[in-house]
Design a protein around this ligand. Structure first.
Ligand code: LMR
Length: 395
């Protein structure tokens, strides 16, 4: 039955991760997949997570099912993290999901079941897996302009022009912060203009919040999304704890719905719960239990926030130092944008040939669109890396 299947195209980011792991060159450098790395190149388990794991081992006394909606204590903590402590949660509901991707998928399924004829507007560029995920959930897709790669900033006029074609009931996919792959986020004024457009066209925002705490700070990174939440009647959010708690493989996330009122929110959550049950039945517990344990214990939470702060300031410093190194090597300011962008990623103006040469000649792994993981930059090898990049670009 399977002989006639056409071979599936591999996911570009995951294929690069596999290629990197198979590379035996000792000096190889992974600037590909979006995982945080420390100065030793390790993706360590966070200190608060390690402590919570010990506590969980001692205290957990059952492995009984958590139910399709997951642990509502965990869900409440994530809602508070994203929506803010002062947010009145009357209209907000959520379920625990297997990672931010699980949230993206169940929300996509749920939105399609509610509004099967809607078009979903997806930023160009976006995280590559948004497209197959939404397509698998039967969404009709349109792209909207998001990035001005000539000037390395949000193409806000282009975005508004594309979205002026959105119809009532359409879905608008947005990145909550630290846009993947560009590192370029909207200003608060631009978020306000998006809220106005959402209300004018009666469309529903679908916000992917995967990097909160990696940009400017936990509160600052959520400011645009919170503005939207306070200005539109309804929206949905896919939240991930993969990056800010480094719980990648434990698959920790949450799907949040904000309804026009409490009873609409209840109905949306009920649809979400049946979507989960029909999909994977129930989320895994371990990582969410650790997260809840950290958030309910002030000292663990303080340790987590301190480490997250260290991670973010390290990435900010690497951005500045890498931009400096590239300025010196290229004798131009054309890479200065790297210091100004936010989060884990920026995109370098590299062609496929440049990227292939960096991999083949120097064991430097960069995603095919030029996306580079800032956390993978070497503390001590920035000049050398800058030299290699400028050399391939000027050949
Ligand atoms: C990335 O963008 O590299 C990460 O979100 C990992 C992934 O699953 O693609």
């Amino acid at each position: 039955m399977f002989e006639a299947l056409p071979a599936s195209a591999p996911d570009a980011i995951l294929a690069l991760m596999t290629e990197f792991r198979a590379d035996e060159r000792p000096n190889k450098m992974d600037l590909g997949v979006g995982v945080y790395k420390d100065s030793k190149g390790q993706t360590a388990i966070m200190r608060a997570v390690k402590l919570a794991e010990k506590k969980l081992y001692d205290e957990q006394n059952t492995k009984n099912y958590v139910g399709p909606a997951g642990d509502q204590v965990f869900c409440g903590f994530i809602r508070e993290l994203i929506l803010g402590q002062d947010y009145d949660q009357t209209r907000a509901r959520s379920v625990q999901t297997p990672g931010g991707s699980g949230a993206l998928r169940v929300l996509s399924d749920m939105l399609h079941s509610v509004s099967p004829d809607a078009t979903t507007w997806v930023p160009d560029p976006t995280w590559p897996n948004h497209i197959p995920m939404l397509t698998a959930a039967h969404h009709k897709l349109e792209r909207y302009r998001y990035y001005d790669s000539a000037n390395n900033k949000v193409d806000f006029d282009g975005m508004m022009a594309s979205l002026s074609n959105a119809k009532e009931g359409d879905v608008l996919l947005l990145h909550g912060c630290c846009h993947n792959p560009t590192g370029s986020d909207m200003s608060l004024d631009q978020w306000q203009a998006v809220a106005d457009l959402v209300n004018k066209h009666k469309i529903i925002p679908f916000v992917d919040m995967a990097y909160q705490g990696f940009g400017v700070g936990l509160e600052e990174d959520a400011a645009g999304l919170r503005l939207l939440v306070n200005n539109v009647p309804e929206l949905v959010i896919a939240a991930s704890c993969s990056k800010n708690l480094a719980l990648y493989r434990d698959r920790v996330g949450s799907a949040i719905v904000i309804g026009a009122n409490a009873s609409a929110a209840d109905l949306a959550q009920s649809r979400l719960t049946t979507t989960v049950r029909a999909n994977y039945s129930m989320p895994p517990d371990h990582g969410a239990a650790l997260t809840a344990m950290i958030f309910k214990d002030d000292s663990l939470k303080a340790i987590w926030m301190e480490e997250l702060n260290e991670m973010r300031t390290r990435m900010q410093r690497l951005r500045r130092e890498f931009a400096d190194a590239l300025r010196k090597r290229s004798n131009s300011d054309k890479f200065d944008f790297i210091a100004e962008q936010r989060g884990m990623f920026s995109r370098l103006p590299l062609t496929k040939e440049h990227i292939d040469r960096l991999r083949d000649e120097s064991a430097i792994y960069i995603v095919g669109d030029g996306r580079l993981n800032v956390a993978g930059l070497p503390d001590d090898g920035l000049d050398d890396l800058a030299e290699k990049i400028v050399a391939v670009m000027s050949d």
